[in-house]
Design a binder for this molecule. Sequence first.
Ligand SMILES: [Zn+2]
Length: 426
Amino acid sequence: MRKVFISISLLVLPILFYGQDLNYTKNIIEKLASTEFKGRGYVENGDKLAAEFISSEYSNIGLESFKKDYFQYFKVDVNTFPDNLLLKVNNEILEPGKDYLIDPMSSSVKGKFETHIIRKQDLLNDQKVREAIQNSINKFLVIDEREFEPDNAEEKKKLNELINFLKYSPQIQTVGTIILTNEKLTWGASTIQLTKPTFILKREKDFQIGNKVEVKVDAEFIKNYKTQNIIGYIKGQEIPDTFLVLTAHYDHLGKLGKNVYIPGANDNSSGVAMLLNLAKYFKENPPKYSIVFISLGAEELGILGAKYYTENPLFDLKSINFLVNFDLAGTGDDGIKVVNATVHENEFAKLKDLNETNDYLVAVKSRGAACNSDHCMFHEKQVPCFYIYTLGGIQAYHDIYDRYETLPLTEFEDYAKLMIDFFESF
Ligand SMILES: [Zn+2]
């Protein structure tokens, strides 16, 4: 009886484990994407608070560290917006994040200003550009992009160069620029600060000729801000000096003024949750090779944490058998996309096979090399790697809508099972 009981409980355990998993996943994502971590940027120590939390999870799981603790420190330059933002158009105060963004490279500004508007199509006319430069001295130049799409790539490139010149050239005597756009507001982060501010404004209402603006931007440029990667591992049972590596960046865009933060639930609390889930699993199911879990910092500033790590690795990069980078793991309604699939065809075939055999995800799609997340730095150092992201579901990205509450996590459990199978296939 006893024997039977044990074998039944062994059968039941993995199912229970996955049941608990999704709760764990939800808790992690809810926490990381909450106001407590301030968007995991460089205002009010968002990055450090998140790193402390992840480090305590590593410790709870029982990961080992290569050094005295899990942290690997490095320094970044970063432009931040810690204080109140104001953009008032004709006495209407607009909402940061919802109505407008501030270009991440912007500098500070304060005051009431007149505006001069030019339509984007008129930027193709030299005479009109000259007039706009003359008429916007000591004013905000407003570039209205809303009713114009360039004909071709060449025209688009030419216009973008001209717009950057108008925004930031010292020869242009504007106070700053406002871009009127129809597009979704997508924010970013910057390691530099330029001499002027630019607002990106999305509004249903027209911005009329003669409209005045009142603005306030407090940009704080921080040189040599100390941030960190968080690195733990599980020692392999059979071949401990060969490594499988999981990476996921935990940093995000931080705060957009005093009262708004960018939560980054899908980007990339979800990837960190995947990494922690797999750490839990492999702690309970000891692996053949050593498995390393790297939560990377400063991805949004230009994959700087990964760059620092690959220049200062804690073990020989040549001993990495394979690496998978997780960045956007929270949907999966349309399957997953695998960057470097065409570079590592055998591993991709294996991943596809495992998926089909077990009927996990609707699709495992192939993509070539792309330098669009942390894996890129490892790929450039000849570390065999994939970058995998989920497809479909919510489209929120680099904005105030990338929240835990609306992240579907549709296929998270099947995705996690597929990745466990994949790592165990080495
Ligand atoms: Zn990301």
